[in-house]
Design a binder for this molecule. Structure first.
Ligand code: HDE
Length: 715
């Protein structure tokens, strides 16, 4: 048992230091430490002769290279990691004895890995998919892993269906097509035959499945867990991560283009944000339910296809995680990290959720092959800060040199050590839940209402979000060649909402079905439920900050440099990054002769990599931009994707020459007056830019402006 106060933000880093190595100032050596004088030619019998077997340097170098790959994760293969720390806001001792939730001055080190689920290691980041959000807390009582996703529910109710699910969504067996996508026949064949997946399908088709950034998505532990306090009293608990930057998404057209232009978009965003000191922050939230309320809800707390609406049980924010350090080595840290929902600490326990129960087997099992044997907990990233003593011995890649004669319990030769910990020494005691039942392969009747919460989700979305969902269904089902599958899927959606099913049917060549809703089980009456939940719509997220947003400033020679400087400075003071985009790298010359350096050339960037666009004045600059197809496309595409666009003085002309519907363009009504319509902010007179800047910042903070006639823009 270690003293919690001995753990601090740096503890994990300090524990890793002996494993860190850099070659600066060092000679090249073999793995045996023999210094190497020459590594460009193998040892040969004569300059043109055969290579000699005795060349130990050659053989060792090639042997090691041949074995550099390990199996990728069977799901969540592509990910990105970061270190940080967690700090509780107040003691949670009333609910849990978990050591990292007792003392607000304690900073518990964490490592987080974000991931996509379906794609291989080299697939694109921005595909439509669930995102993994796995957190390893290195607590004084051992490692606690919160292995969650960015969607609060799951496709299936019982872990035994997981291989079927993953086989269905992965690329199809004959040709391994498509990569990292559910838009194909086997996925929708499976979904259409599995009504329990319907709620999750709704989330998957929503904007939640294409996050703008790992830093701007929620996280969920999904299953109901248990908190247990010092007195042994238990409460049900659901875990949430709430991003302090709010929840924001890409639009589908942008996500697809990004997959080609920057397939590393999400991992790059995470890496750069941390490098620049824009540390991602997430609040840990909990929904706590009394054990006596186990059957108070219209859904079963053990059913992982259901949420507890926040209106029924509010999310209490109990602490904050800050990610403040990038890994040194992707393989050693992000690839070798091994999460497991069964890595629990005293004060936190599982429930009988049959999905969670199955995971408790899978995660240990999978690491055996992936990380090459049973000693993966000794890999530096996985090693707890709490000391490890047990009688496990040997196995591949054993690092520990266990001393002493005995490796069994009980023993007398080792003075009975390692000895058993009493509960008072933070020994883990499983919650003594009473269980009784017949041994049966069956599912509880309380799991069979598959549609109520799918309907709740649909009804809670804004009209724009609903439209995106319909478009996503058209895309996904549009790729499905088997008509019967599309038909079955539309029939399932009919149980969610008739209007939804009709709108989906119209885009996928299926006759509009009659309104024959709900043959399935209904939720029990008299239990707690809601019709709508504001927390489910991303429109209700935080929209008052532009921190870490990227804004492109389109410019050419002759740009009004005073305006560029004023707007750039104002945006950067609010925590955003403003980059000058011009035809070529190098410098451009401002109207008064000042040189401005170009941050990105038009060919190497595009509007999808920015959250907003600014077009400064300067007659000559704007005249050139109007002639550049790239610049006009940049503005039109940003418009199509709902982004804030600011233009001042002569810069307003570019809006008229880009392919923006005239209904969205309003002139500045009178000198000095700022116009802000549908997220397009303009002002003719540039003598006082402050009112313009304020409106532009407000428009950027909103993130997207959906009320535009986007479909008219051919970008
Ligand atoms: Fe996982 N899952 N999973 N999963 N999962 C894995 O473990 C599995 C499920 C989640 O960044 C694997 O180490 C089963 C739900 C994340 O390293 C594997 C079932 C949730 C990650 C596995 C589920 C998750 C994984 C693959 C059905 C959200 C990536 C490699 C019962 C709560 C962790 C590995 C990382 C990874 C099995 C369902 C989240 C095979 C059998 C539900 C975030 O063990």
């Amino acid at each position: 048992m270690i003293d919690p106060s001995s753990i601090n933000e740096q503890s994990k880093q300090q524990s890793l230091d002996p494993n860190r190595d850099g070659a600066e100032g060092q000679y090249l050596t073999t793995n045996q430490g023999v210094r190497i004088t020459h590594t460009d030619d193998s040892l040969k019998a004569g300059e043109r002769g055969p290579t000699l077997l005795e060349d130990f340097h050659f053989r060792e170098k090639i042997m090691h290279f041949d074995h550099e790959r390990i199996p990728e994760r069977v799901v969540h293969a592509r990910g990105a990691g970061a270190y940080g720390y967690f700090q509780a806001y107040a003691s949670m001792a009333a609910y849990t004895k978990a050591s990292f939730l007792q003392n607000p001055s304690l900073k518990t080190p964490v490592f987080v890995r974000f991931s996509t689920v379906v794609g291989s290691r080299g697939s694109a980041d921005t595909v439509r998919d669930v995102r993994g959000f796995a957190t390893k807390f290195y607590t004084s009582d051992g490692v606690f892993d919160l292995v969650g996703n960015n969607i609060p529910i799951f496709f299936i109710q019982d872990a035994i269906k997981f291989p079927d699910l993953v086989h269905a969504v992965k690329p199809e067996p004959p040709n391994e097509i498509p990569q990292a996508a559910t838009a194909h026949d086997t996925a929708w064949d499976f979904f259409s035959l599995l009504p329990e997946a319907t709620h999750m399908i709704m989330w998957l088709l929503s904007d939640r499945a294409i996050p703008r950034s790992f830093r701007m998505m929620e996280g969920f532990g999904i299953h109901t867990f248990r908190f247990i306090n010092e007195q042994g009293k238990a409460h049900f608990v659901k875990f949430h991560w709430k991003p302090l930057l709010g929840m924001h998404s890409l639009v589908w057209d942008e996500a697809q283009k990004m997959a080609g232009q920057d397939p590393d978009w999400l991992r790059r965003d995470l890496w750069e944000a941390i490098k620049m000191g824009d540390y991602p922050e997430f609040e840990l939230g909990v929904q706590i339910v009394e054990e006596s309320d186990e059957f108070a809800f219209a859904f079963d707390l053990l059913d992982a296809t259901k949420i507890i609406p926040e209106e029924l049980v509010p999310v209490r924010r109990i602490g904050k995680m800050t990610l403040n350090r990038n890994p040194d080595n992707f393989f050693a840290e992000t690839e070798q990290v091994a999460f497991h929902p069964g890595h629990l600490v005293p004060g936190i326990d599982v429930t009988n959720d049959p999905l969670l129960q199955g995971r408790l087997f899978s995660y240990l099992d999978t690491q055996l092959l992936r990380l090459g044997g049973p000693n993966f907990a000794q890999i530096p990233i996985n090693r707890p800060l709490a000391p490890v003593y047990n009688n496990q011995r040997d196995g591949f890649h054993q690092h520990t040199i266990n001393q002493g004669q005995s490796s069994y319990y009980p023993n007398s030769l080792g003075s009975g050590c390692p000895m058993l910990a009493p509960e008072s020494a933070h020994g883990y005691v499983h919650y003594a839940e009473k269980v009784a039942g017949h041994k049966i392969r069956a599912r509880s009747e309380s799991f069979t209402d598959y549609f109520s919460q799918a309907t709740l989700f649909w009804k809670s979305l804004s009209p724009a979000e609903q439209e995106h969902l319909i478009a996503a269904a058209h895309f996904e089902l549009g790729k499905v060649e088997t008509k019967e599958v599309r038909q079955r899927m539309v029939a399932l959606l009919q149980h969610v909402d008739h209007d939804l099913a009709m709108r989906v049917a119209l885009g996928v060549g299926i006759a509009v079905p009659a309104d024959n809703r709900r043959p399935g089980a209904l939720p029990p009456t008299g239990r707690r439920s809601v019709e709508r939940s504001a927390a489910l719509s991303m429109e209700n997220t935080i929209k008052d900050t532009i921190k870490s947003r990227r804004i492109a400033i389109l410019a050419a020679d002759g740009v009004d440099e005073a305006t560029v400087q004023a707007v750039k400075t104002a945006l950067e003071q609010r925590g955003a990054t403003a980059l000058i985009v011009a035809k070529a790298l190098g410098t451009i010359k401002g109207a008064s002769g000042q040189q401005l350096s170009v941050d990105k050339s038009a060919i190497a960037t595009s509007s999808i990599m920015y959250d907003a666009v600014f077009i400064p004045g300067g007659q000559a600059s704007v005249q050139q931009l109007v002639q550049q197809g790239d610049a006009r496309h940049f503005v039109a595409e940003a418009f199509k994707h709902g982004k804030a666009i600011g233009a001042v003085g002569e810069g307003i002309a570019l809006l008229h020459d880009a392919d923006i519907p005239s209904s969205s363009l309003t002139e500045t009504e009178s000198r000095g007056r700022v116009a802000s319509v549908q997220g397009i902010v303009t002002v003719q007179d540039t003598s006082d830019l402050n009112p313009f800047i304020e409106q532009f910042v407000t428009a950027i903070a909103k993130h997207r402006h959906w009320m535009r006639p986007q479909e008219q823009v051919p970008a």
